[in-house]
Design a protein around this ligand. Structure first.
Ligand code: SAH
Length: 348
């Protein structure tokens, strides 16, 4: 069985040629899957019945099953998808007026084990394939009944630790023959792996790079993101400058605000210095509490103060509005809860 979502358009064309079928059928199939959201070949009404029959036995499209869905009051939809091997990942749709952002996972679990994040609590189980990453967008479109316009690689896992599959998935997302999302609307978020950032800078991909800094000194990063802190900050920042130099796309620095840990005026001051050393925007993310981890949720004043200190130092700051809290929207939380049977299963 071949997996359509792992294939480039030319590979599907070659597949149809090998079946003695007209090559324009490839475009029809891609249109059904990526634009009309029809993932069952037998429902592709402009294909001849015998082709549908043959394809149904040779080509799989969706391999995962949505086993739980959670709808937050603000329209955020979070899905738990189970793959044939029983492993599960989360994926989230964040709707806004004129856009719908898919937040996709790239790994089952995560090896980075950042201290405040639910995804890495049990370590890394396995990488997702390109098809499994792209498939999340298709499930979100089907469940949310709207077209995904933006993608952020901010679900479970470290995208750049699964480099080849992540890049292949980005290519599928921006390919006009497949999902056709503008590259400018795709953001890859990394905990900061300098070698892979440089590699990404050399790809022909005008996407946005987000770096999860969370601390502007090596000492602070060692406390908050100990595994990622094996790469010194100066190497990460040098790689970020290379990315800016080749792509001319401003880098986003993500900073999860953890009360009492990284929210002091001194932290803001060092962050401002780092921010001035490259072309970037800072995204402040108020910590979203994770059950079983210590609570460091900052109050609204602390968040506003931290942003004001940065703005005073002419740093471009954006405070990420908490969305879908009811949907356990922070990294890895739905899967954890589901495992603990605290979760209302809507679909099984
Ligand atoms: N591994 C990638 C993608 C992870 S998730 C990375 O580190 O960038 C995307 C963002 O959500 C990261 O910045 C991550 O640190 C943050 N995050 C994880 N858990 C969180 C929580 N409980 N509250 C707020 N943000 C969280």
């Amino acid at each position: 069985m071949k997996h359509l979502l792992e294939m480039r358009a030319e590979q599907l064309t070659a597949e149809l040629e090998s079946l003695d079928e007209a090559v324009y059928r490839a475009a029809q199939i891609l249109e059904w899957v990526y634009h009309k959201g029809v993932c069952d070949v037998t429902q592709m009404t402009n294909l001849p019945a015998d082709l549908c029959g043959r394809l149904a036995g040779q080509l799989s499209i969706l391999t995962g099953r949505v086993i739980a869905r959670c709808d937050a009051l603000d329209g955020v939809i979070k899905l738990l998808i189970e793959w044939p091997d029983g492993e599960r990942v989360e994926t989230v749709l964040i709707p806004d007026r004129d856009r719908a952002t898919a937040c996709v996972s790239t790994q089952v679990g995560c090896a980075m084990q950042c201290t405040f994040c639910a995804s890495g609590m049990d370590g890394l189980t396995r990488n997702l394939t390109c098809g499994e990453i792209v498939e999340q967008v298709l499930h979100l479109q089907l469940e949310g009944q709207r077209h995904v316009t933006n993608v952020v690689f901010m679900g479970m896992g470290e995208p750049l630790a699964n480099y080849d599959e992540t890049v292949a998935a980005v290519r599928a997302m921006i390919d006009p023959k497949r999902l056709g999302i503008s590259a400018r609307r795709v953001t890859v978020s990394t905990v900061g792996l300098p070698k892979q950032i440089r590699r990404l800078a050399a790809e022909d991909l005008p996407i946005t790079l987000a770096i999860s800094l969370h601390g502007a000194t090596d000492a602070l990063r060692q406390r908050l993101v100990p595994k990622a802190a094996r790469s010194p900050l100066k190497d990460i920042l040098a790689a970020a400058r290379v990315f800016y130099g080749s792509r001319k796309r401003e880098v986003t620095l993500e900073y999860v605000l953890l009360a009492g840990l990284n929210d002091t005026p001194q932290c803001a001051e060092t962050l401002a210095e780092v921010a001035h050393s490259l072309r970037c925007n800072v995204n402040l993310i108020p910590y979203n509490p994770v059950t079983s981890l210590p609570d460091h949720k900052p109050d609204a004043t602390a968040v506003a103060d931290f942003a004001a200190w940065l703005r005073h130092r002419q740093v471009n700051v954006n405070i990420r509005r908490p969305r879908g809290l009811e949907a356990d929207a922070a990294c890895g939380q739905l899967r954890k809860r589901n495992a603990q049977h605290h979760w209302r299963r809507l679909l099984l």
